[in-house]
Design a protein around this ligand. Structure first.
Ligand code: CAA
Length: 381
């Protein structure tokens, strides 16, 4: 076991940290309050290699591995969680196409994602009635000559209004999970529209829309992976995606602790800094221990993915623990700030709102427990 970062990992972390602190953090509050999707930040992330951290260099990626990716997400999330989720989904789409795409598809779509030309990638799996159970989706892709015609509505699509590359799941046969296939759709495809952006509790600088497919035609060369393998592709992508969301949770939790430390040193009550009170010190101790534990779980899952060993259970454990940690830690941070935690003069109210969705998206905590328990029982033989 090695707890030291490599040169590459240090470089990616420091690059992400500098960008996050200099570009994202100063305007994170405005991004949130005014629901600004920061187009320029995505272009800069492309230039810095942050939209394809674990993508081969031949497709424009940084080829820096999964641990580097996790470190980068933590840095971005600590500054602006809204931007970090768009980064996560873009990396997830690029990696999925690299893993299952043809050389042509990688050249056509991945390079657009990693460079920032596409702005972002979108992962169009969920539907209004099918979130935890994607196998119940009923968006269809019907064969018409040598083309596929997609019809249906996708829901909760991160960056959906801006994404230049959309990975979309559609039913190509009626066989439940085995009837799903995966397609690649470019921005501006005829028949593709996006609905009203959701007015969310948190992550307000991230764009979340329904995507409506009305007779959207795609060629055979836009089928990603094999016909009927869509469900498995989604599961593989989500295993990696969960490492991303766990990292995001670690970043938001870390930011909440840093803000709390600043506050308890500065704020005085009863003749001393409130950080002198044992009650608050114990809170900080627990918050820090939980956040660091979440990082360890997340880095273990990242490093297993990097070594290409099965990591489904570890990704779900990291996502479950880290997302629940960030909710607890951000709640405690608001408590430590007293009345000031409840207003937007301090960032902790935003952290708490941003953390809330982490136990819901990319698989709820309840789904993670199902996955973990299944893997534990399977491993016992
Ligand atoms: N890797 C590879 N294959 C996998 C897999 C994995 N992790 N998990 C399952 N599979 C395979 C199984 O081996 C099985 O294959 P066979 O049919 O060949 O045996 C097939 O997939 C079906 O598996 P299950 O029987 O386990 O499927 P299930 O219907 O019982 O569902 C589930 C399992 C884990 C609950 C799954 O439905 C799930 O993960 N649901 C949550 C979905 C989710 O996370 N949605 C989030 C939306 S995306 C999002 O939020 C993005 C964003 O914008 C931030």
């Amino acid at each position: 076991m090695n707890f030291e970062l490599s040169e590459t990992q240090t470089l990616i972390r420091d690059t992400a940290r500098k960008f996050a602190r200099e570009v994202l953090a100063p305007r994170a509050q405005k991004t949130d309050r005014e629901e600004i999707f920061p187009l320029d930040a995505y272009r800069q992330m492309g230039e810095l290699g942050l939209l394809g951290v674990n993508v081969p260099a031949e497709y424009g990626g940084a080829e820096a591995g999964v641990l580097s990716y996790s470190l980068a997400v933590i840095e971005l999330a600590a500054a602006c969680a809204s931007t970090s989720v768009g980064m996560c989904v873009t990396n997830m789409c690029a990696e999925l196409i690299c893993q299952f795409g043809t050389v042509e598809q990688k050249k056509r779509y991945v390079t657009k994602l990693t460079s920032g030309e596409a702005i972002a990638g979108a992962f169009a799996l969920s539907e209004p009635h099918a979130g935890s159970d994607p196998g119940a989706g009923n968006t269809t892709a019907a064969k018409k000559g040598d083309r596929w015609v997609i019809n249906g509505t996708k829901q909760w699509i991160t960056s959906g209004a801006y994404a230049g590359v959309i990975v979309v799941w559609a039913r190509t046969s009626s066989e439940g999970n085995k009837g799903l296939s995966c397609f690649l759709v470019g921005k501006g495809a005829e028949g593709l529209t996006c609905g009203r952006a959701e007015d969310k509790m948190g992550l307000r600088g991230s764009n979340t829309v329904p995507l409506i497919f009305e007779n959207v035609e795609v060629g055979e060369d836009q089928l990603l992976g094999r016909l009927g393998d869509g469900f498995k592709l989604a599961m593989v992508a989500l295993d990696g995606g969960r490492v991303g969301i766990a990292s995001q949770a670690c970043g938001v939790g870390r930011a909440a602790i840093e803000a709390s430390v600043r506050y308890v040193k500065d704020r005085h009550a009863f003749g001393q800094a409130i950080g002198e009170f044992q009650a608050l010190r114990f809170m900080l101790a627990d918050m820090t221990t939980q956040q660091q534990t979440a990082e360890l779980l997340t880095f273990r899952a990242a490093s297993m993915k990097e070594k290409k060993v099965p990591f489904t259970r570890e990704a779900s454990m990291a996502k479950l623990f880290a997302s629940e940690m960030s909710n607890k830690v951000c709640d405690r941070a608001v408590q430590l700030h007293g009345g000031y935690g409840y207003i937007d003069e301090f960032p902790v109210e935003r952290y708490l709102r941003d953390a809330r969705v982490q136990t819901i998206y990319e698989g709820t905590s309840e789904i993670q427990r199902i996955v973990i328990a299944r893997e534990v029982i399977k491993a016992a033989g």
